[in-house]
Design a protein around this ligand. Structure first.
Ligand SMILES: Nc1nc2c(ncn2[C@@H]2O[C@H](COP(=O)(O)OP(=O)(O)O)[C@@H](O)[C@H]2O)c(=O)[nH]1
Ligand SMILES: [Mg+2]
Length: 392
């Protein structure tokens, strides 16, 4: 085999040199564009070997002509045409998305600035307390838009006397928030089938166990537990341990048909609790599957379990995606780990669904609390679980 290195200004020129010296059967081992003293040039290494792909056969991939055609750029890249085209589309798409994303971010920032200006404006006799309230709400995680709306409402609700006292104003704001919270009460007089849906790790199984214990030991009801979370390793074990400790029957459901059968078998129970697997809310098949499953028994109450330590956008998106199954209530979990309770208000404001329970710890069954609108509003405004009376 004869190997030789060539320098040329372009690939075409290099190819011509190689063809002249090594003939049409030469093969190109490498080609690189390099920078030299006089500018950039192409370094090509070629070899002549009868058993390898020759320049002529390379060019024949595109054009069956037996003549050696000097390869132009298109011909060099021809074997990768599809990949290059796909890459181009991908790059265009990414750039488009990035453009939209940055425009949205810019728009959001502009809106935020606008809300800030409106929220803190001091016109006439409007007290500085109002802007303090606006900033307090933002600091606890309430969106700027909602904080602005609350302050706007507050403006038409205060009296001159209220203006002098920040705490008075805050109390009025709490009342405004309270009005937005729909009520939902635990009703043990009716037979109920209660399911728990939500993202993985949000606390569905733990909350189910807490509620099962309350119904069992507190309300002395007859409970049955079903779970459709059968394909995740360990998921059934966790629930089985809780069921065994409480002496409750647990049925595993793998198919839709078994769901109906199991509901019928638990026909005598006062309460049937249903655990479901949690997957990403971005998995549409999972959400559609869940919706399909619930068609078996339309009266099933669906509780969306939301971990409030998740970020605001993520929670809103979860609430939005799960609306495909038309959930009835929301249960907020992990309040013990959260720094800000404002996102509770954002979700309530967005989804307009009642809040059934909040959970504030891993202990089963104690870390579960039924909350009414009053308690929840105060909890949001004070941004703490501590020193609260149980008014609801
Ligand atoms: N700190 C805290 N942890 C919780 C709470 N609720 C659930 N967890 C924990 O969150 C993790 C996931 O809970 P799990 O019930 O398995 O979530 P699932 O995947 O939705 O069923 C477990 O370690 C639970 O102990 C809560 O209110 N506070
Ligand atoms: Mg679970």
């Amino acid at each position: 085999m004869q190997i030789k290195r060539y320098e040329a200004l372009s690939i075409n020129e290099g190819m011509a040199k190689i063809k002249d010296e090594l003939g049409p059967d030469a093969i190109i081992l490498s080609n690189k564009r390099l920078k030299g003293e006089k500018g950039s040039f192409v370094e090509m290494v070629a070899a002549r070997d009868n058993c390898c792909t020759s320049i002529s056969s390379l060019s024949n991939i595109k054009n069956k002509s037996s003549e050696l055609a000097i390869l132009n750029r298109d011909e060099v890249f021809f074997p990768f045409r599809t990949e290059i085209d796909q890459l181009k589309v991908l790059m265009m798409d990414t750039r488009r998305k990035a453009d939209i994303q940055s425009e949205l971010t810019e728009l959001k920032e502009t809106l935020n600035a606008l809300f800030d200006i409106l929220g803190i404006q001091k016109n006439g006799n409007i007290s500085a307390h109002l802007s303090k309230i606006y900033y307090h709400f933002i600091s606890i995680g309430i969106s700027r838009q909602s904080a602005f709306q609350i302050v706007e409402e507050l403006k038409s609700n205060y009296s001159q006397k209220d203006l002098e006292d920040y705490n008075n104003l805050l109390k009025i704001a709490e009342g405004i928030i309270r009005r937005y919270i729909a009520t939902c009460y635990k009703d043990i007089t009716k037979k109920k089938v209660i399911s728990f849906v939500g993202p993985a790790g949000s606390g569905k199984t733990t909350t189910l166990a807490k509620l099962a214990a309350q119904y069992l030991f507190g309300d002395k009801l007859d409970i049955g537990i079903l779970t459709t979370d059968t394909y995740r390793i360990g998921a059934t074990e966790q629930l089985r341990i809780y069921a065994d400790i409480m002496g409750l029957p647990l049925k595993l459901i793998c198919k839709k048909e078994e769901f109906k059968e199991s509901l019928d078998e638990f026909g005598e129970k006062d309460i049937i609790l249903i655990d479901t697997p949690g997957k990403s809310y971005r998995d549409e098949d999972y959400l559609l599957g869940l919706r399909e499953l619930f068609t078996v028994e339309p009266s099933i109450e669906k509780n969306l379990i939301l971990d409030i330590t998740a970020d605001r956008e993520n929670m809103i998106e979860t609430a939005e995606k799960f609306s495909i199954i038309d959930y009835d209530n929301i249960i907020f979990t992990k309040l013990d780990q959260a720094n800000n309770f404002g996102s509770i208000y954002n979700i309530i404001d967005y989804a307009g669904k009642p809040v059934f329970y909040i959970t504030n710890g891993q202990n089963v069954p104690q870390d579960l609390e039924e909350v009414g609108p009053g308690r929840l509003a105060r909890l949001i405004v004070k941004n703490t679980m501590l020193n609260m009376d149980s008014e609801s």
